[in-house]
Write a new protein. Sequence first.
Length: 79
Amino acid sequence: MGREYGSQWLSCTTRHVRIYDAYIHMETNAFDQTQTDKLTLMVRLDRRDLPDGLQRVPGPRRPLQGSSTVGVHASSDRL
């Protein structure tokens, strides 16, 4: 997503990720976590993480426990 939607696309290559979810106002860049109700994570697994990682990632459209997540998608297309 671009800034015209009030948010930015985030990408990370580390195994340990801390995610902060908030609406970002376009003009003031102010964070507002009260307006956020959905979050989708796209996970790309490599060979090293595949067996362990697939057991930890919920299926599509299955919310993570205690959150308002829309879905988590696992991709192993690099195999």
